[in-house]
Design a protein around this ligand. Structure first.
Ligand SMILES: [Zn+2]
Length: 139
């Protein structure tokens, strides 16, 4: 399921034919990257665009959430090294100390929800032990 790309319906920029734009997110240099691509069956126009480091465009993220589901990042156990996880949370999510502290209070429990790739990136950046985390589909 996750190997299939989400699709957005649009029209070809060149001839106006209806096209399916394939969209996806992936991880590059510890940030979320995204891409969109289509190949027009009528005029042969091929368009690919991608970017990383900036937030995924809303319509792309929405299509991915709708078609690939919303996922939760669940931390199963209390964190032993709070100072380290605070530091990792702040840098992973670009949070203030206060913002990171209030997130830390959700542990054990659901830390965040988002796309599957966003949860995978969070797992990588937080560097918690594998057995302390599950990523579950919520929708
Ligand atoms: Zn076309």
């Amino acid at each position: 399921m996750l190997n299939e790309m989400a699709v957005m319906r649009d029209i070809c920029a060149s001839c106006g034919e209806k096209v399916d734009i394939h969209v996806k997110q992936y991880i590059v240099n510890d940030t979320i990257a995204w891409s969109e691509a289509y190949s027009c069956t009528k005029c042969g126009n091929e368009v690919v665009s991608d970017d990383w480091g900036d937030p995924t465009p809303n319509e792309v993220r929405k299509a991915i959430l709708e078609q690939e589901g919303e996922w939760e990042f669940f931390v199963l156990k209390p964190v032993e090294n709070k100072a380290q996880i605070l530091k990792n949370l702040r840098s992973a999510l670009n949070l203030t100390l206060q913002g990171a502290s209030s997130l830390l209070k959700k542990i054990p429990g659901v830390l965040m929800v988002g796309t599957f790739q966003e949860m995978l990136l969070l797992k990588k950046l937080l560097a918690l032990p594998d057995e302390n985390i599950t990523i579950n589909r919520t929708k």
